[in-house]
Design a binder for this molecule. Structure first.
Ligand code: MG
Ligand code: ZN
Length: 221
């Protein structure tokens, strides 16, 4: 019985996700679903990206949070196109929440849409939102064992970001171990190391974004 309910929820989610996907392709919006544990730096990453790209592209942000508007208010300083989703305690975004949020954004004018999921490495993985790419953001201070403890998010993500590399010296983080485990789970997946604090490595992320916007714009589907 329990299993049946879960399956229904996911089926329902999938149909909304397909609608979102269609809206993204119709408007040529690069939609990115960003996952991490709390405090890994999703909001900082989005703010750094906005600083670097806001004069070149129109960027929208959907902020998923359990209850506060703290992050959305920070992001409002850099773009008008911010929608807050308060999940009312739920620990993940689902496609219908995103679908509702999209009605508050002018997708025709948006090039990149960052969807900041709720800080949680477990269940958001099961809820496809219609995005082009799922991106997992790990950070050095969390330790190098995240891929070992939370394999699904590393298996499903199209890109792995490693943030807070300015903290290598303060931690026992083994980059080799981390990279080896990530590659075992998701062979060949791209990993970009960066620091939102010092700016080191950010250009690689910005290049990734620009390449993927170009692909999305030229994709005739
Ligand atoms: Mg945040
Ligand atoms: Zn959840």
């Amino acid at each position: 019985m329990e299993v049946e309910i879960v399956e229904n929820v996911l089926k329902y989610n999938k149909s909304h996700a397909e609608e979102n996907k269609e809206a993204f392709s119709k408007n040529k919006v690069l939609a990115l679903n960003i996952l991490s544990s709390p405090g890994a730096g999703k909001t900082s990453l989005i703010i750094q990206s906005l600083k670097k790209l806001k004069n070149k592209y129109n960027i929208g942000v959907i902020e998923g949070d359990i209850s506060s508007t703290h992050d959305a208010n920070k992001i409002k300083e850099y773009t008008e196109s911010v929608v807050q989703i308060n999940t009312g305690g739920s620990c993940h975004l689902n496609a219908s929440m995103v679908k509702n949020a999209l009605t508050k954004l002018n997708l025709e004018d948006i090039d990149i849409l960052f969807i900041e999921n709720v800080g949680n490495l477990i269940c958001p993985v099961n809820f496809y939102l219609g995005e082009d790419d799922m991106i997992v953001l790990a950070s050095v201070n969390e330790g190098d064992d995240k891929p070992v403890k939370y394999p699904p998010v590393f298996i499903k993500s199209n890109l792995v970001l490693l943030n807070k590399i300015d903290m290598f010296e303060l931690s026992n983080f083994s980059k080799d171990f981390f990279l080896e485990k990530v590659d075992q789970l998701n062979p060949g997946v791209e990993v970009i190391s960066l620091s939102c604090k010092t700016g080191e490595g950010l250009d690689n992320w910005i290049n990734w974004l620009e390449e993927n916007i170009k692909l999305k714009k030229t994709n005739i589907t």
